[in-house]
Design a protein around this ligand. Sequence first.
Ligand code: ZN
Length: 247
Amino acid sequence: MKIRRYKKVNKNLGFFINNFGFRQPYQLLVDGTFCYAALNNQINIVDNVPRYLQGEIKLVTTQCAIIEMENLGPKLNGALLILKKYVVHRCGHEGKPILGAKCLLSMLGKKNESHYVVATQDRDLQEKLRCKPGVPLLYLHAKTPVLEQPSEASVRAAKESLAGLRRSEIEALEELKAKNGLAKEEEVKRRKKRKGPNPLSCKKKKKGKMESYIAKKEGRTEEEKKKRKRIRIPKHIREAVLKNKTT
Ligand SMILES: [Zn+2]
């Protein structure tokens, strides 16, 4: 298989793994049309599909799909034999079989909870599958299996659930903050910030000439007063000065 095809499968399968929780072994829900095409193209499903998907698969079908093939006559006997080899999943129509396509659709439920990859050549069924989100579609293009790129419905559903997840994450975070009183603290911080720059991150303003003059006039600070040394005047000089004043 060419590298480009590998990349395409990885991308398409990865989408369903990441967004819809698909895991190995991938459950391949197969109908008679797929088996018929495989037989006509001499494709061995058990070998080819796992190699194509690069993963383990589990082949499953339903009673209704088998009964439909039986009713279509001996021409489809070969395909019927292949289909009968697969695991039969209960579909709820036991005793009252319905059309294979309808049965397969009913197996998907609302969200394809069982993570089926549907393998069919039925064009009508394929169209309906594209409308259901989270359903990978596999078909044969001549001899090569093709995992179709995710339908618009799937892409939309994935985007919505991601947006919902983000929303709920934000809500949960806000709730947690409120519980721990962090919301208030942050609000206070924000208000403080608006008042002015952080003083710790700013250079000290140098005093201008005028300001230092004013400071001198207003008197020295306590510290400056403490720092100032007392100049001791010798006794004899003090006496001499005092004598001068009196005379
Ligand atoms: Zn059924």
